[in-house]
Design a protein around this ligand. Structure first.
Ligand SMILES: C[S@@+](CC[C@H](N)C(=O)[O-])C[C@H]1O[C@@H](n2cnc3c(N)ncnc32)[C@H](O)[C@@H]1O
Length: 252
């Protein structure tokens, strides 16, 4: 089933209006629900909730990805400065851009935290990580550290991060419980997790979104709170196609 879905969805996701639907939505969502529920008992997440969703990122075209992630008409690109302002970074802070992609937010965060801060740019795509490392070196952004993450582990240092930022990436986490546990470990006490992702509302959202994004906002909030976070803010009015949620890491 996954192979069929992959062959029908050859592009990454940032332009919903260009994307075909995966034809096996309901079956896939049932499998995703099982993949999320079963490991709770087992204590570790062993089954992907969305096999194949990151296939494109194994060897992405940088040129095409730049057009998709950093082109006018993509809501989070058009509203990038407002998003950065809403994240609320201060000079000297440490922020992790998890699923950094082409580095759109990494570069803006580097300015926001300044030379005394730290920006960890994490991605599972070696080409994206190499590209961000190259840009950081070329632009002398010594506060930026590019990290090749794993699909179950961000590989961030423990208790090092003030804000973890996950933009249009949560629905790409194949092992969300494991990723959330690793983000929890990387955050300092009282640290924040900001999640921006597509609104997925049956009857309202596009057919592409309904086929591609496995879970809606309420499910996502439930998963993240179950991983040791508390929702403290939903920023309404900032975005239309996406939601903006802020969670605080709970200690213990
Ligand atoms: C739709 S792109 C979003 C990129 C960027 N956040 C933006 O908004 O421009 C999703 C990104 O998440 C990355 N990704 C998927 N699963 C990941 C994981 N478990 N950890 C880190 N990055 C991941 C992909 O390689 C891809 O670069």
């Amino acid at each position: 089933m996954a192979a069929e879905c992959r062959s029908r969805v050859p592009q990454p996701d940032p332009r919903p209006f260009l994307k075909p639907i995966c034809p096996h939505g309901p079956v896939r969502f049932l499998m995703a629900a099982l993949a999320f529920a079963l490991p709770v008992a087992a204590g570790a997440q062993v089954q992907s909730v969305n096999p194949g969703i990151n296939r494109y990122y194994e060897d992405p075209s940088l040129e095409q990805s730049l057009r998709m992630f950093e082109g006018e008409g993509r809501e989070v690109f058009d509203r990038r400065n407002e998003i950065v302002a809403a994240v609320g970074l201060k000079p000297g802070m440490a922020v992790a851009d998890i699923g950094a992609g082409t580095g759109l937010f990494t570069r803006l965060f580097a300015t926001a935290v300044g030379g005394s801060g730290r920006v960890y740019a994490v991605d599972i795509s070696p080409a994206f990580v190499r590209n961000i490392a190259r840009i950081a070196q070329a632009e002398n952004l010594r506060q930026v550290e590019a990290i090749l993450g794993g699909d179950r582990d961000s590989r961030l240092p423990p208790a090092a991060v003030d804000v973890a930022f996950v933009c249009d990436t949560y629905h790409h986490f194949e092992y969300p419980q494991s990723m959330l546990a690793s983000i929890h470990r990387s955050l300092r006490s009282g640290g924040m997790l900001v999640v921006i992702d597509y609104q997925r509302i049956p009857g309202v959202s596009s057919s592409w979104t309904l086929g591609h994004v496995r879970a809606g906002k309420e499910t996502v909030i439930g998963e993240i709170e179950a991983a040791g976070f508390k929702l403290i803010e939903e920023r309404r009015g900032l975005l239309k196609d996406n939601y903006f949620l802020r969670f605080r890491r709970l200690d213990g």
